[in-house]
Ligand binder design. Structure first.
Ligand SMILES: Cc1ncc(COP(=O)(O)O)c(C=O)c1O
Length: 389
């Protein structure tokens, strides 16, 4: 039996339409987009088209699209790049972000601290929603940038971006959002959210790994982190990944065109999976159910069972999902996201994430429902024998 894939928040397969769009830029139009001759011009045309497509999908201007190597680099460029502007202007560098960000943002904030700046982490409630009073207090403390992820990758919580943006706007502080898990899953309106900087990543929406973008509404807001030629206005120099950019452009347009249909399909499958797993495992805890959640994520805490063992048994049975987040799986420390939400250590270590995508089907859900309760029973028994339950 073919394995079923429930790890779309970690990565997605490249969509056939996306592969078709990018292949000519590997096979025939492989020139350097900075070259003035016909090879270069063909590549440049692809790059410009890709910029227009990403811009159209996010309703921004093409010149506001800065291609990066992915979400991690986009987050670094936003947070550190913004702090550098402040530092070079002789102003204090102060990054305000949340306790549940992806490591790409958390680690960037730490870098700013290592270079003499400050970091403030906003707490979240039990559903992973950011504390707006804490944001107000932080805004009174002259931040350089506020960075709040649109959708959390581990539990799917959607943040109240319009309220956050309004507060940042009133305080005159630029707002960055890591939209890696929300683009293609929710409507993204940067103006309504008051968002000046936005990170996206191709491999979460059917483009290959190694391409992403930072939307930069105001070019003076960030300084480059890598230095070289003048590509991309010097904000992100280096010969552009043309095929990757073309793939991102196509994937972005498809994501926006198909958004409504995709969301209703994925949400229905996710909710069916949740309801049937709850029925089979009555003490299953579904995280963040009290908040608005992105449609593709289902984070389940299983009392008395270790995630690592469950994931291994699930994989053996052909059901592939992840614990907490892919980056932190393999380590026995509970996820920082679940910890910030006040989830106790044992339940956090017993949490698995199912995440759905384009190819997910009702048959995949049937398979997970057929397999998961048995896995939970086995792992619980094993835990009891080993004295861990
Ligand atoms: C919310 C979030 N931000 C950033 C990233 C990093 O993106 P990339 O893998 O493109 O570097 C991820 C990927 O897991 C993510 O889920």
């Amino acid at each position: 039996m073919e394995p079923v894939y429930f790890d779309h928040a970690a990565t997605t397969p490249v969509r056939p339409e996306v592969l078709e769009a990018m292949l000519p830029f590997l096979n025939t139009s492989w020139g350097n987009p900075s070259s003035p001759h016909r090879f270069g011009r063909a590549a440049r045309a692809g790059l410009e088209q890709a910029k227009r497509e990403v811009a159209e999908a996010l309703r921004v201007e093409p010149h506001q699209v800065i291609f990066t190597s992915g979400g991690t680099e986009a987050d670094n460029l936003a947070v550190i790049g913004c702090a550098l502007v402040a530092g070079h202007a002789g102003k204090p560098m102060h990054v305000v972000t949340t306790e549940i960000e992806h490591k790409a943002v958390l680690a960037s904030a730490h870098v700013v601290v290592q270079h003499g700046g400050r970091e403030t982490f906003l707490p979240v409630d039990g559903n992973g929603v950011v504390d707006l009073d804490a944001l107000d207090a932080a805004l009174a403390d002259s931040p350089t940038i506020v960075s709040v992820m649109w959708v959390n990758n581990e539990v799917g919580t959607v943040q109240p971006m319009a309220e956050i943006g309004a507060r940042c706007g009133a305080a005159g502080v630029p707002l960055h959002s890591d939209a890696v898990q929300s683009f293609g899953k929710l409507p993204i309106d940067l103006d309504a959210a008051g968002c000046r900087l936005l990170s996206i990543s191709g491999h979460k929406l059917g483009a290959p790994k190694g391409i992403g973008a930072l939307i930069v509404r105001d070019r003076n807001a960030v300084e480059a982190l890598v230095h070289g030629g003048g590509q991309q206005y010097g904000i992100r120099p280096g010969t552009e990944n043309v095929a990757g950019a073309v793939a991102l452009g196509r994937a972005a347009l498809l994501a926006v065109r198909e958004l409504d249909a995709h969301v209703s399909t994925v949400r229905a499958l996710r909710d069916d999976l949740a309801a049937r797993l709850r029925a089979a495992i009555p003490d299953l805890v579904i995280h963040a159910v009290g908040a608005e959640r992105a449609p593709h994520v289902l984070s389940c805490g299983v009392p008395g069972a270790e995630a690592e063992a469950m994931l291994m048994h699930l994989d053996l049975a052909g059901v592939c999902c992840s614990g907490g987040s892919a980056c932190s799986s393999g380590s026995a420390t509970p996820s920082h996201v679940l910890t910030a939400m006040g989830i106790d250590r044992a339940l956090a270590l017993g949490t698995v994430r199912f995440s759905l995508g384009h190819e997910s089907t009702a048959a995949d859900v049937d398979r997970a429902v057929a397999v998961f309760p048995g896995v939970v029973e086995r792992v619980r028994k094993l835990g009891a024998v080993l004295g861990r339950a």
